[in-house]
Write a protein that binds this ligand. Structure first.
Ligand code: GUN
Length: 289
């Protein structure tokens, strides 16, 4: 795996350091939970198929569980698993009281309707925040379990003492996992939010207006310096694997001289996403007691 360079530039958001802070709090919370209830919080992950990046992400999530003292249960299913079989496994996890959080790693194979699967996860165990009840609560400003990546972005803004209230935010990418929930969560904090995507006609005309730019497209190096406002805060959520290395959606070296703050890839939102997942699993365990 790629080594993360030490972050010394104050313009670079150190996602690993923020994640370590969150994980330290979760670890303390887990110990407290165990002494109060005599059981350990537990997360079940479900991975379908052989998508190499997904296998790595699930492994990283299990390692994080180990670091904070959460039990993790690993369910690996073959590519040809049917939707009914996945739903059956989720139903079993929903019923088991010793399992507090359920995570189905996305993407799922093409023959499976991800939305249907997400609907089956009990909202109380939905640590990824993808169940429509939790998504709907977020939409009306009652944020409970929300998607982990956008919550990591909000946490990074808080750490940097940046209040998005009244700021111009541009989100590039309209996925259910990042783009849409990021837009809603910033709207909940009174930012002026615009969502661009693959069908947006003149992307640059929008991105240059952004005080906060969030990019989650999976297109390596999409964002160049001339697309970024001077002093902008840039969150790069893109991940493209090439020759065993990861690259973001932002041309980092090109953009760095223009920005106020930037999250790098790797070492930016990735570690924060996993730390928030740990926080959510502890939160789920507390809610179920
Ligand atoms: N695939 C990409 N990001 C995520 C995530 O945050 N959660 C899950 N379950 N799958 C993902």
């Amino acid at each position: 795996m790629q080594e993360l360079p030490e972050v010394t530039d104050p313009r670079i958001i150190d996602g690993k350091k923020i994640a370590q802070g969150i994980e330290a709090d979760v670890k303390r919370g887990v110990e407290e939970f165990i002494s109060e209830h005599g059981i350990r919080p537990a997360l079940a992950t479900i991975l379908v198929g052989e998508h190499p990046p997904s296998k790595l992400y699930v492994k990283l999530k299990h390692w994080a569980c180990k670091r904070v003292g959460i039990i993790s249960e690993d369910h690996k299913l073959p590519q040809e698993t049917t939707q009914e079989e996945i739903i059956g496994l989720i139903a079993t996890m929903n019923k088991r009281p010793e399992i507090h959080g359920i995570l189905v790693q996305l993407p799922l194979p093409g023959h499976i309707d991800e939305r249907e699967v997400m609907m089956q996860i009990s909202p109380k165990k939905d640590v990824d925040g993808f169940n429509p009840l939790n998504m709907g609560k977020m939409l009306i400003g009652r944020e409970g379990f929300v998607p982990c990546t956008p919550k990591g972005i909000i946490r990074a803004l808080e750490e940097s003492k940046i209040d998005p209230h009244g700021m111009e935010v541009v989100v590039v990418g309209h996925s259910n996992v990042v783009g849409k929930p990021a837009a809603i969560m910033l709207l909940n904090r009174n930012a002026t939010v615009k969502v661009c995507h693959v069908y947006t006609k003149d992307l640059k005309s929008h991105t240059v207006e952004a005080d906060i730019l969030i990019v989650a497209t999976g297109v390596r190096g999409l964002i160049k310096a001339d697309m970024v406002k001077e002093g902008a805060i840039v969150f790069d959520v893109g991940i493209t694997w090439q020759d065993n290395k990861v690259y973001g959606d932002v041309d980092f070296d090109d953009v760095l001289p223009r920005v106020g703050l930037i999250s790098p890839v790797p070492g930016g939102v990735g570690p924060m996403t996993i730390a928030i997942l740990m926080e959510h699993t502890l939160m789920a365990a507390r809610m179920q007691r």
